[in-house]
Design a binder for this molecule. Sequence first.
Ligand SMILES: [Zn+2]
Length: 161
Amino acid sequence: MADLARVFDEGDLDRIAGGRASFEITVPAPWADRTCEVAVPRRLACALCEGGGCDACERRGGYRLEGTERRVTVRLPSVLGGRTRIRIGRPFGADSVIGVLLLDVVLGEEPSASCSVVPEPEQPLARASEQTTARNRAVFAAVATLVLVVLLIFLIRGVVD
Ligand SMILES: [Zn+2]
């Protein structure tokens, strides 16, 4: 999936320029290991000072996102604990003021209004095996027809002789 947010390792993330913003979402337990789309608000808190104001956020305590595309698609952890932090590098592209988004995933009863789970695509393996079965049937039918024709030829010859 091309639009799935890329998750970088710790070292790669440190090299990404730009602000560090954090955002918290609540998801229910059945969402574990599912793909989730998150609508991020226009204003995000600075992850370094948590709103207090630091050099990174120019004392603003947060970041204001430009433009309308503020959706992030992430794969949720396979095991949801009380709180899991997902680091997403360049979540809104190279031009965004945000370099790394720290998404705090909190386990709860009801999902946040900003989140929706992405429907899983059909199982490609099941479809492949159905296709194989159909092809096998076609091959079997062709072979059976050939055998019948050969048998008929032999029978006709036997009658003629
Ligand atoms: Zn700050």
